[in-house]
Design a protein around this ligand. Structure first.
Ligand code: CIR
Length: 269
């Protein structure tokens, strides 16, 4: 989940992998999961890695009727204690949301909850926060009506929204970019123009990675100077280590097989 600052990452929601996972949508990084047991092991390693940094992780039951249900990032947009429940951009994913919404409403007592409506569409995976700036991918899952609904919430909270066109060969903005710290954006060559993120505040920067390490650009910055990185992306790993971060690796090959990345599998609340 890429809509919270580092100091807001105390509790995370994840969701178990369903028996139907082999039918998950896959069009970009992968051609579909093959080994559900391996996927469950990798998902559990991910949970342990988050917990190793002191984050309290809760796992919701799987919904076996929804093969993509583990990708909770797409189902809620949590910003400074407010929750926007988007209408997910793929019809097969719309009914994953109710148990996640119920959980957040219960656990975040007093939080302001708004629901997207009408023809607005958005996947949470299209949002990337850098301080007070929210970059939002205009993608096959997120449309202009969805972006305008988010803009309303962000302006109410005093934050800025910058829309970015996602090229056809990528699913979401967070499929190709992340913020391993609150002032760094990691993004691959070959997807976005170099000025896509616009002028950044002093002290912030975009670091461009080789295109062959696109998947590795999805990282999760964690408390205590740590960062979660998928195994097998040496340039990403070295770049982050050179910045003084402690890298925690997880093998996410069977999650990648369904186009899922590290941030897709959690919601920090
Ligand atoms: C989908 O196509 O919706 C899933 N198979 C993958 C979702 C990945 N989520 C994300 O990037 N936030």
């Amino acid at each position: 989940m890429a809509t919270v600052r580092l100091d807001q990452k105390a509790r995370a929601l994840i969701r178990a992998i369903p028996d139907s996972y082999h039918s998950a949508l896959a069009k970009f990084f992968g051609s579909g999961p093959k080994d559900i047991e391996l996927a469950r092991k990798q998902h559990n390693d991910y949970k342990l890695a988050l917990e190793s940094t002191g984050i309290d992780v809760i796992m919701l039951d799987a919904d076996h009727n929804h093969p993509d249900c583990l990708f909770v990032e797409d189902q809620a947009v949590i910003i400074d204690g407010h929750v926007l429940l988007p209408v997910p951009g793929h019809p097969s994913r719309v009914n994953e949301q109710p148990p996640i919404a119920d959980f957040l409403i219960r656990e975040m007592g007093g939080a302001q909850i708004c629901r997207m409506s009408g023809d607005a569409r958005m996947d949470g995976g299209d949002i990337l926060r850098l301080g007070d700036i929210f970059f939002v991918g205009r993608s096959t899952r997120t449309n202009d009506l969805g972006i305008e609904e988010l803009r309303d919430l962000l302006s109410h909270l005093g934050h800025e929204l910058r829309a970015i066109d996602i090229p056809e060969h990528a699913l979401h903005l967070t499929s190709i970019a992340s913020t391993p710290t609150d002032n760094i954006i990691l993004a691959p060559e070959g997807y976005l123009p170099k000025d896509a993120f616009g002028d950044l505040p002093n002290g912030s920067q975009v670091i461009w990675m080789p295109e062959e390490e696109t998947y590795g650009c999805n990282t999760i910055g964690l408390p205590g100077g740590k960062v979660l990185v998928s195994e097998g992306y040496p340039t990403v790993q070295k770049t982050l280590e050179d910045l003084g971060l402690e890298v925690i690796n997880v093998d996410f090959s069977e999650i990648k097989a369904a186009d899922g990345s590290l941030t897709c599998c959690s919601l920090f609340y």
